[in-house]
Design a protein around this ligand. Structure first.
Ligand SMILES: NC(=O)C1=CN([C@@H]2O[C@H](COP(=O)(O)OP(=O)(O)OC[C@H]3O[C@@H](n4cnc5c(N)ncnc54)[C@H](O)[C@@H]3O)[C@@H](O)[C@H]2O)C=CC1
Ligand SMILES: O=C([O-])CC(=O)C(=O)O
Length: 325
């Protein structure tokens, strides 16, 4: 058995965490030989509920759980952590856009960015899930100047997985046969799920589906999937969000084996001409615990317009929270 690593989860008594923590404890993120110490953060009114989660975790008798810390103090919950899932934030309800949460949630991430900066391992891998995830990630990063900006990312994997699933279903195939999907930009209704390079069963997706389906059905379905789930379930996606969070962190830590994934990252050097001072999702591969943008892709005029639209939204969100940066 390896030495345990420390994994923080914020919003630990919430919906997403109720799935995420148990997946991590089971070894789905770092494998069946990697013990974990779970460091769970909540706000004071939710500490009773968090205590219930801790009781259930103990009742699972997980072989990989080497310790559990439950706290309402980010300085305690982030102490020496190697991985941090920042989930704790208000979710949206029907009729809201994720950016409507900016005011309610932004301050959480300036406080937690500082706490990560002061207490986490210097190599900590951070995934921001709480919405609006990309701009909350930017706030976290700007408040953690001692951490490598490459170690702070935002969750686009749910959009990526949604896109793969829509393609597999349309093509009568399986998600395991879908490759090279990209979701560019923001985790919002402006995101650009792009099939320009995607293949299914080894064939170009563009040769398998017609362009009208792509533009009029696929893109809006992926963009609006979160809202569709809120409408159907009366609450925002939780198990699928947790699943994507595990996928994101696992691939980042253990490698994506050449597979393309989508991650919101802070990318120096204006890749694809995108503003370098936002958290933008790109096609990514992961190896040896590092992510890397897939370079040199040809960008069509349609793609360029779509990429610019979601970039402009992120620039607008950055302006709205400029005082926290
Ligand atoms: N990036 C993505 O793809 C997705 C993001 N989300 C977002 O994830 C967030 C969490 O969603 P749910 O778990 O469904 O919400 P929830 O309301 O069930 O749980 C959130 C938890 O966070 C806690 N919390 C609030 N402020 C906190 C703070 N300062 N420190 C620690 N904990 C705090 C609350 O007490 C609550 O228990 C929401 O913002 C939601 O919109 C949801 C789905 C996908
Ligand atoms: O739509 C929401 O508010 C929750 C979320 O981010 C998603 O399901 O993608």
């Amino acid at each position: 058995m390896k030495a345990p690593v420390r994994v923080a989860v914020t919003g630990a008594a919430g919906q997403i965490a109720y799935s995420l923590i148990f997946r991590v404890a089971h070894g789905d993120m770092l494998g069946p030989d990697q013990p974990v110490i779970l460091q769970l953060l909540e706000i004071p009114p939710a500490m009773g509920a968090l205590n219930g989660v801790v009781m259930e975790l103990k009742d699972c008798a997980y072989p990989l759980v080497a310790g559990i810390v439950a706290s309402d103090d980010p300085n305690v919950a982030f102490k020496d952590v190697d991985y941090a899932f920042l989930v704790g934030a208000r979710p949206r309800g029907p009729g809201m856009e994720r950016s409507d949460l900016l005011e309610a949630n932004a301050k959480i991430f300036s406080v937690q960015g500082k706490a990560l900066n002061d207490h986490a391992s210097k190599d900590v891998k951070v995934l921001i899930v709480g919405n609006p995830a990309n701009t909350n990630a930017l706030i976290t990063l700007k408040n953690a100047p001692n951490l490598n900006p490459k170690n702070i990312t935002s969750m686009m994997r749910l959009d990526h997985n949604r896109a793969m699933s829509q393609i597999a279903e349309k093509a009568g195939s399986h998600t395991t046969k879908v490759e090279k999907v990209v979701v560019w930009g923001n985790h919002s209704a402006t995101q650009y799920p792009d099939i320009s390079y995607a293949t299914v069963d080894g064939k170009a997706v563009k040769s398998v589906v017609d362009n009208d389906w792509y533009v009029d059905t696929f893109i809006p379905t992926v963009q609006q999937r979160g809202a569709a789930i809120i409408k159907a379930r009366g609450a925002s996606s939780a198990a699928s969000a947790a699943c994507s969070a595990v996928d994101h962190m696992r691939d980042w830590a253990l490698g994506s084996n050449g597979k393309w994934v989508s991650m919101g990252v802070f990318a120096a050097g204006n890749p694809y001409g995108i503003d370098e001072n936002i958290m933008y999702s790109f096609p990514i591969t992961c190896e040896n615990g590092q992510w890397k943008i897939v370079e040199g892709l040809e960008i069509s005029e349609f793609s360029r317009d779509m990429m610019a639209k979601t970039e402009a939204e992120l620039v607008g969100e950055r302006e709205a929270i400029a005082s926290l940066l």
